[in-house]
Design a protein around this ligand. Structure first.
Ligand code: COD
Length: 303
């Protein structure tokens, strides 16, 4: 199974019923607009943690009905993240969403040894892109959390992504480990790591996936480019998931798709006790709504 776009993700998520989401530092217009969209589709009901007066003012401004919402007053963004995580730990919510708080500050609270959401696994960022003219959702990891992962961390990042895609219904995932070119060169460590991951794949370490690399982006996306370069590839341009070497590559690749190609991006954090919606301030409400959809798909439902 493959997802042709966000609408197909949404259809799958809708069949699961409502999940409760705890939103940390929820007094943010775009976040509340995304909550409104997800509530209307029957995906979620929210626990909003933040400055209650400001949440109420913004809700009125955008026409969000707070009748079914639980409100917890906490004006400090970091303390609101603590309380939102408490709501998850205490079983009041099935997943977590970042509101108006700096990503690193938010993630540090998530990673607290006590009352955080660690599992012993590496946490990693995983994003989906709906690109106009592209036939399917394109997934990218990790452009949002791990800064310069080593080989072992890249393996964990890949496994988090594959586990998620399997959970949401993809049985066979085509993965390209990106680098600047296809020649393995000890002076370019990303090419060495990509080769190692491809070898692990050949040895059967990633069931349900074909992992190839190193490849540059053209070879990941285009059979014609591969032919010109004389590279044989089982995936042959038909990639689902791009594993990037560093956070900068993932970030720039993602923002290029959004700003040059008009893509919609949605991002979540995997590997924690529950899925975590991690959006950036400039994401549109639709983008945040789609990230909620991604989390709801793997976060379980309560009705
Ligand atoms: N998974 C599990 N545990 C982790 C992870 C992880 N990905 N990262 C760190 N830890 C653990 C470490 O083992 C350690 O026990 C503790 O957390 C602190 O580790 P540090 O000192 O390396 O980490 P921090 O606190 O300095 O930074 C962790 C962040 C996730 C905050 C940092 O890596 C970060 O800022 N990443 C980028 C986030 C960002 O700005 N994204 C932008 C786009 S949204």
């Amino acid at each position: 199974m493959r997802f042709t776009g966000f609408e197909s993700l949404l259809e799958s998520a809708k069949s699961l019923g409502r999940a409760k989401v705890a939103v940390a530092a929820a007094a943010d217009k775009e976040v509340l607009e995304a909550i409104k969209l997800a509530e209307k589709e029957g995906l979620i009901s929210p626990v909003l943690v933040g400055d209650i007066e400001e949440i109420k003012r913004l809700a009125q401004e955008i026409g969000l009905c707070l009748e079914g919402a639980e409100l917890i007053h906490e004006p400090s963004p970091v303390a609101a993240t603590h309380k939102a995580i408490d709501a998850v730990m205490d079983g009041q919510a099935q997943f977590l969403m970042k509101g108006l708080i700096n990503s690193s500050d938010f993630l540090r609270v998530v990673l607290r040894p006590e009352r955080g959401l660690r599992t012993g696994r590496l946490l990693s960022h995983f994003s989906a892109f709906e690109v106009p003219g592209f036939s399917r959702l394109l997934f990218v990891t990790d452009g949002g959390m791990n800064i310069a992962p080593d080989l072992a961390q890249k393996k964990d990042i890949l496994q988090n992504g594959l586990l998620y895609l399997k959970e949401i219904g993809m049985d066979l995932v085509n993965v390209i480990v990106l680098a600047a070119n296809e020649v393995v060169n000890p002076k370019i460590p990303s090419t060495m790591d990509a080769q190692a991951l491809a070898e692990m794949s050949q040895a059967g370490e990633f069931p349900g996936a074909i992992v190839e690399g190193p490849l540059a982006l053209d070879g990941a996306l285009s059979a014609v480019a591969l032919q010109h370069k004389g590279i044989s590839s089982q995936i042959n341009g038909d990639v689902d998931l791009l594993l990037v070497p560093t956070i900068e590559v993932g970030n720039v690749l993602g923002k290029s798709m959004v700003y040059f190609a008009g893509a919609t991006m949605a991002g979540i954090v995997l590997g924690a006790q529950v899925p975590i919606v991690l959006t950036s301030r400039n994401d549109t409400p639709r983008s945040k709504f789609m990230a909620l959809t991604m989390a709801a798909l793997s976060g379980g439902s309560c009705t």
